[in-house]
Design a protein around this ligand. Structure first.
Ligand code: MYR
Length: 286
């Protein structure tokens, strides 16, 4: 039987106790303020980050984990495991996937599989949690990856930000270059398409945007299949909780939670962003 370790990066924003309980190793990305790099949620909490963001005159930037951190992690894991599955944020918005893949080539005696979640935040966390459960059950890494691929096809996330300038400045807003000037005045619904963040629909007000997102959610939630969902917020806990309660009351088949946009993702979305991510879980036989 193959023993498989599960690693993900910090942008999955897995609650610490959940990561620990499931034996998931979390490798931090960095936020850089005025030349000083902080490992997110290790050296800079999400709360402290949003406070700093409000007072800084120079906007922060972000960076992926160093290749050395992946290599060190693999060298530790090889003592205990035959294989590792690394689940990263989308390769279209960060070099983390490529760095982890290159680091995997450097280590002997450990089969390294790197899975591109093509998304981020808690929907990325779903993949890590599922992989950890399957690894505990003794499944082979290839079987785990097949299931993650199925989940990926059934995972959606839509989000709306207060100020598109953050995404634009960080170069993470795609498919809208010609429209950027006009887009910055409105509240488009954003989502991932082929690993990149693109506007899904252009809507003038936040209320209309949310009605549309809830309609999209409804289509999947009414399928009757088990759905895992997370309302994700950039320092808007009350609004997120209100939305979570609404979804939990309306859809008994949905296991719904709240999650957060931590420092690295918050750097690119700005404060006030709100989104929903969900996955229609594939049946056991998938
Ligand atoms: C890096 O520097 O490598 C990290 C770059 C992260 C870019 C983040 C862009 C925003 C992602 C939004 C995710 C929403 C998921 C529901």
């Amino acid at each position: 039987m193959t023993s498989t370790a599960i690693v993900t990066d910090s942008t999955a924003y897995l609650p610490k106790e959940k990561a620990e309980k499931n034996g998931i190793t979390v490798l931090p990305l960095h936020v850089i303020f005025d030349g000083q790099a902080f490992q997110e949620e290790v050296e800079l909490s999400t709360e402290a980050f949003y406070e700093k963001l409000r007072t800084t005159s120079n906007m922060p930037t972000t960076s992926q984990p160093a290749p050395g951190l992946f290599i060190e992690t693999f060298e530790t894991l090889v003592r205990q495991y035959d294989a590792v599955i690394v689940i990263t944020l989308s390769s279209g918005i960060s070099g983390t996937f490529q760095t982890a893949s290159a680091a995997g080539e450097e280590v002997e005696g450990l089969d390294v599989y790197v899975f591109d979640s093509e998304i981020s935040c808690m929907p990325q966390g779903y993949f890590a949690l599922e992989a950890a459960a399957m690894s505990r059950a003794g499944e082979h890494p290839e079987t785990i990856l097949k299931r993650l691929d199925k989940m990926k096809q059934r995972t959606r996330a839509y989000f709306i930000v207060d100020d598109l300038n953050h995404l634009h400045r960080g170069g993470r807003l795609n498919g809208a270059q010609a429209l950027v000037g006009s887009l910055l005045q409105i509240k488009p619904i954003l989502h991932f398409d082929d690993r990149l963040i693109v506007p899904f629909e252009k809507v003038r007000t936040e209320k209309k945007a949310w009605n549309r997102v809830l309609q999209l959610f409804d289509e999947d939630a009414r399928s009757g299949e088990p759905v895992r969902a997370t309302v994700i917020h950039a320092n808007r806990p009350e609004k997120a909780e209100e939305l979570r309660e609404h979804l939990a009351e309306t859809y008994p088949n949905v296991e719904v939670d709240t999650g957060w946009f931590g420092p690295v993702i918050g750097t690119h979305l700005g404060e006030g962003g709100l989104g929903i991510g969900w996955c229609r879980l594939p049946s056991e036989s998938c």
